[in-house]
Design a protein around this ligand. Sequence first.
Ligand code: NAP
Length: 245
Amino acid sequence: MRLKNKVCIITGAARGIGKATAIKFLGNGAKAVICDLDDAFVQSAVKDLSEYGEVTGFAVDVTKPDNIRYMVTEVLKKYGRIDVLVNNAGITSDAQLVKMTSEQFDRVIDVNHKGTFNCTKEVVTAMIQNGAGKIINISSVVGISGNFGQTNYAASKFGVIGMTKTWAKELGRKNINVNAVAPGFILTEMTMKMPDNVLDMMKEKSPLKKLGTPEDVANACLFLASEESDFVHGAVISVDGGLVI
Ligand code: NAP
């Protein structure tokens, strides 16, 4: 029970990596708070997850600070504390630079980059008051090395790493660990949108010759949420099968 009674908020957690992280946290004794865009989808995920432990769900758009503020207020009313925040909500909207529209660029930055800022800003005061906290930002290999057709996504995920390092410098003295996870290509609905030949190419490029699972990323999040990572700070942990070495 590495997270016994820890109150953990995970964004974008009705499916994929976020849901797998919620399952992992619940299995380790956490009280999970999940949020995602669509209320019916959130409630159905809460139903699935409740077999693993105590879980609460909120319909939250991470681009809307008032949605996040409502969730944080309700969580503090219920538990009086927030121990862990996983900034996981994210989207893609791919196109090569010449074809990418300004709207496509802005939307991905709004969700992936500004959404991470919005959630952390709403949660951090409670962590400071509590005298401890763990912030885990989900970046990407694309936030380390860029990727063809992903100007917007790369900018957002490089930005997430920049904020991670900055917050590590600002919040360390408040006993709040801030780290990032950089997944490689993980089998979720996000990657299922990609053409098979691109996924095959990524598999071939990886020294392990395979794609990752949501649980692979959840394991890294569990480590970063637990006391075992207390001296890990401002780090970017790659979970990519060695794709970027
Ligand atoms: P996913 O299966 O698409 O799940 C992402 C979830 O986030 C969806 O339920 C989505 O809801 C939700 N979401 C989207 N916009 C949101 C918003 N504005 N507010 C709240 N929730 C929102 O994606 P995933 O593969 O699990 O990815 C999770 C994170 O890992 C993302 O940050 C992604 O960039 C990162 N990542 C993934 C991979 C990969 O290979 N899968 C690799 C590197 C990094 P809707 O379905 O309603 O849009």
